[in-house]
Each structure stands twice: as C-alpha cells, then as structure tokens.
Design a protein around this ligand. Sequence first.
Ligand code: C2E
Ligand code: MG
Ligand code: MG
Ligand code: MG
Length: 300
Amino acid sequence: NADQAMYEAKSSGRNRYCFFTHSMLETTQTRVMLARDMREAIEHENFEIYFQPIVDLNSNRIVKAEALLRWQHPTRGMISPVVFIPIAEANGLIVPLSNWMFREVAKMARRWRELASSPIQFSINVSPAQFHGDSEMPECWIDTCREYAIPGETIVLEITEGLLLKANDDVGGKLRALHQAGIQIALDDFGTGYSSLSYLKKFDIDFIKIDKSFVRDLETDPNDLVLSEAIVVMAHKLGLKVIAEGIESAGQKALLAAAGCDYGQGYLYAKPMPAAAFENLLREARAAEEAASAIEKAHR
Ligand code: C2E
Ligand code: MG
Ligand code: MG
Ligand code: MG
C-alpha cells in the first residue's frame, strides 16, 4: 500500500511494526495527540536509549556506539524516531528530551568507562532546533560532562549538513564552545543533503559519516564505490576520520576497509540494542580480548 508508511522498530530480536498512514500523520489531531503523549512519556520515562556498536574496521574492536532514541508507546507500540523526532522538533519538546538523553548517555559512559579496554566514545544525534536562538545547550551539556566526570572527548555529536547551512543562528560559535570542551562533531548522513563542501573547512568537524544509501549497493554499483573512496580520500586529507553506516554484509565491510574507511556500523555487527544488552556485549568483548592475550602469553 503506497499510502502507508511502515516504520519498523526492533526490540530484543523480535520485530514489531507500527503503522501510520501519511494522511494520519498529517492530521493535526494525530500530531496533537502524539505531542500530549510525548509530554507524559518524558515524565514517565517511557523513552529508552538503544546503543549500536561502531567498530574499528582494522582491529574489529568496538570503539564507539551511537545512542538512538526509542519510544515505547503504551497503546501504539514502538514508535520510530523518524516519526516522533520531527513532532518533538515542531513542539519544542526536543529540548527537554535531548537534555534527558544527554544526561542518560553521560551516566552510562561513566558506568562503562572501566568495562572496555579503552574508553568508548558515544555519539548522540542533535537536532538543528537545539542550536536555535538563546538555547543553553552548549553550557548545559558541558556541565553534565563535568557532573559525571567524563572527559568531553567521550561524546560525539552527530549533526546534519542542513544545520551548517543555516546562517541565522550562531551555529559556528556553539560548535566551537562544544569543541573547546573536547566534545567532538560528526557530520551525519554525508552526501545526502546539500552539495556545498565549504563547511568542511569552516566548522570544527572530526568525523564524516557515509550515509547508508551509499553503502547499500556498494557491491553491485561501481559508482557508490567511487563515491565512498572519494569521501575517504577527501576526509583524510582534511584530517577527518570516516564512519560508514548501514554495513550489512562482509562484502561491504571488505570494500570499505580496502577504501581506507576507519570505522563501521551496521547490522553485520549488531542492531541497536538496550543498554543492558550493550553492557553484556562490552563484557564479552573484554573477556574475549583477555582470553586472546592469555593464549598469546602462553605461546611466547
Ligand atoms: P541516523 O542518525 O542516520 O541513524 C542511523 C539509522 O540507521 C538508525 O535508525 C539505525 O538503527 C539504522 N541502521 C543502523 N545500521 C543499519 C543497517 O545495517 N541497515 C539498516 N537498514 N539500517 C541501519 P533509527 O534508530 O531508526 O533512527 C533513525 C533516525 O532518527 C536517525 O538516523 C536520526 O536521524 C534520528 N534519531 C534517532 N535518535 C535520535 C535522537 O536521539 N535525537 C535526534 N535528534 N534524532 C534521532
Ligand atoms: Mg546518526
Ligand atoms: Mg546517519
Ligand atoms: Mg542515515
């Protein structure tokens, strides 16, 4: 059914689906209802943060994770961020929601610091709305890092190209303040938005994320491989690291690694998962590393 958008959310290995027709989403009634439910959900903490590992393509170690929001609605089931983030942006709830999320991620980053052999970086998606006007976002988030005693470098903010093209807000100043506190910046969904590249030199950017639309057909479409290789070469010459998202096959991984891509994220490694599952994964990875180094020692 072409008129029906299907939003899929995954939870502990099971697939749950949530159906909305485009016309349903467009009615103010639905938006008002979801906005009301969202307020309650923030109060009752019905939002959950899932974590998806990001792997170093050379060592195959988990070195980062992307935090992704999930909404478990009491009657509608799991609602995708693709549906509720735009509503939260429109009604202003994105600010308290993101502040809550930042705090939770900082808390988990603190808790997991000792678990991995080297500290994991956590990336958080940021909406342009948080850079608007007199938002206190930079100071507030820098304070949260101090409160949980995590270095700024523990956090990566994922922003989109659209944000950087907005001239009216002081985006550059806010990014600089975050950067001075050590917080890093990744350009998400790279290549899907606008074609201006000038912002790559104008703003403090640390990572480029190759969008999954370039990764999907990497093994069959030579153009996608050329584009991915070109992005890596350009990024490295500018001193940036590259993360590829949406890696689903070993073939895609091999091509990206051969192209020099630094990090990868996708179902090949793991789907986004609840905090408890991610913690188990870190423990298992740690145990496997320790076992491997014990074997190495025994053979020396
Ligand atoms: P994104 O930031 O580009 O996140 C990557 C999306 O790709 C995630 O979808 C992730 O689950 C999905 N993904 C990861 N690996 C694979 C793969 O191998 N194959 C496929 N087909 N998909 C993969 P998700 O979690 O549904 O999030 C969708 C978008 O919603 C995100 O895109 C981001 O723009 C937005 N979003 C999610 N959480 C937040 C948040 O806390 N704040 C804001 N502002 N936006 C968020
Ligand atoms: Mg992202
Ligand atoms: Mg992305
Ligand atoms: Mg994307």
